[in-house]
Design a protein around this ligand. Structure first.
Ligand SMILES: NC(=O)C1=CN([C@@H]2O[C@H](COP(=O)(O)OP(=O)(O)OC[C@H]3O[C@@H](n4cnc5c(N)ncnc54)[C@H](OP(=O)(O)O)[C@@H]3O)[C@@H](O)[C@H]2O)C=CC1
Ligand SMILES: CCCCCCCCC/C=C/C=O
Length: 329
């Protein structure tokens, strides 16, 4: 019999998550029935959505939500061979049993040269968020100017590079000078540290005096309320995330966006990446191709050991990650 380690939400987060809000438990897994598989997590993902979704969907004592790349260690299902790798959505667990219906096999063509953890990042959910958010929600066109915040993270770093692949000028910001240097290295035209600029309004104007056609907003809050005044006529805003607000105990006030929305005839659309998953294969194929061609660079912030998942999650919310935050079990 296999015993899985799992992380549960011991206590709902109040403000910024604390390690004491989590508890590690053990779960004894039953023997496999016909049609079932036993899987072990190899890489797990910590993502910002876990913070707001825990409040909306979870109760205390539930296993933390999340996805993993897992290896099939035993199979009583002829459709799944032992040794194959899948992406699963089974929460913070080292092992689990599946009937196969909720698994996505890694493409058979997955190159040996690429880490399988990319299926949780640049070639996974965050990469797809960038892909559909930019091409479908923002409807980005060649020659336009794109603004993205949290630009050195899992989604933002792909947004900036896809904008360059698509023939645009891209301006990004991040929370440290070393992240800004990384943005320049991967091709951003302009990049700045939003924590140290003296005036965000002036910085945005200087980076693109004519304004922005597309704004891919990962952050919300004050940044978004200032950026909206820098949109060009008919500009499009993809409301992807609002990480600056996830840990608020008192809701922030404003912004009052009516004037720029009206005068510049802006479009602003929120989206959830999974609504585009009927085109998941198309997105994965395109992202994988760009990675292999060297046009889409990636960086992963790998935390070793399952035991360190809460620390990795908290670290990611604090901005300690460059690129995708990954846990290697
Ligand atoms: N709509 C959708 O379907 C999806 C939405 N998202 C959203 O996209 C955003 C980015 O996610 P993801 O790329 O996975 O995460 P990241 O890899 O970008 O990690 C989070 C980053 O957010 C930045 N950050 C944290 N707090 C603040 C703050 N107060 N103000 C500004 N930046 C902050 C930090 O970078 P820094 O050092 O730069 O501050 C941190 O590294 C999130 O808002 C997430 O919820 C993600 C996936 C799907
Ligand atoms: C099959 C993979 C499921 C992963 C769910 C991810 C949903 C992310 C939506 C994010 C919203 C804001 O961060």
């Amino acid at each position: 019999m296999v015993t899985a380690k799992v992380w549960v939400l011991k206590k709902h987060f109040e403000g910024f998550p604390q390690t004491s809000d989590f508890e590690m438990k053990q779960e004894a897994l039953a023997n496999l029935k016909d049609g079932e598989l036993l899987l072990e997590s190899v890489f797990l993902s910590v993502d910002p959505y876990m913070r707001p979704y825990s409040k909306r969907d979870m109760k205390e004592g539930d296993v933390m939500i999340g996805t993993q790349v897992a290896r099939i260690v035993e199979s009583k299902n002829p459709a799944f061979a032992v040794g194959a790798f899948v992406v699963a959505n089974r929460g913070w667990r080292t092992h689990f049993i599946s009937d196969g219906k909720d698994l996505n096999l890694l493409p058979a063509s997955w190159p040996e040269s690429l880490p399988k953890s990319l299926a949780l990042g640049t070639v996974g959910m965050p990469g797809l968020t960038a892909y559909f958010g930019l091409f479908e929600v923002c409807k980005m066109k060649p020659g336009e100017t794109v603004l993205v915040n949290a630009a050195a993270g899992a989604v933002g770093s792909v947004v900036g590079q896809l904008a360059k692949i698509g023939g645009c000028k891209v301006v990004g910001c991040a929370g440290s000078d070393s992240k800004v240097a990384y943005l320049k290295k991967i091709g951003f035209d302009e990049a700045f540290n939003y924590k140290t600029v003296t005036c965000l309004d002036e910085t945005l104007r200087k980076a693109s005096p004519d304004g922005y056609d597309c704004f891919f907003d990962n952050v919300g809050g004050e940044f978004a309320s200032i950026a909206i005044n820098h949109m060009k006529k008919y500009g499009r805003i993809a409301v992807c995330g609002a990480i600056s607000q996830y840990n608020d105990t008192v809701p922030q006030k404003g912004p009052y966006i009516q004037f720029p929305m009206i005068f510049n005839e802006l479009s602003m659309k929120g989206f959830i990446v999974t609504s585009w998953y009927n085109r998941r294969e198309e997105g994965v194929k395109a992202l994988l191709k760009w990675v292999l061609e060297g046009k889409l660079k990636y960086h992963e912030q790998v935390t070793e050991r399952f035991e360190n998942m809460p620390a990795a999650f908290i670290g990611m919310l604090k901005g300690e990650n460059l690129g995708k935050a990954i846990i290697k079990v």
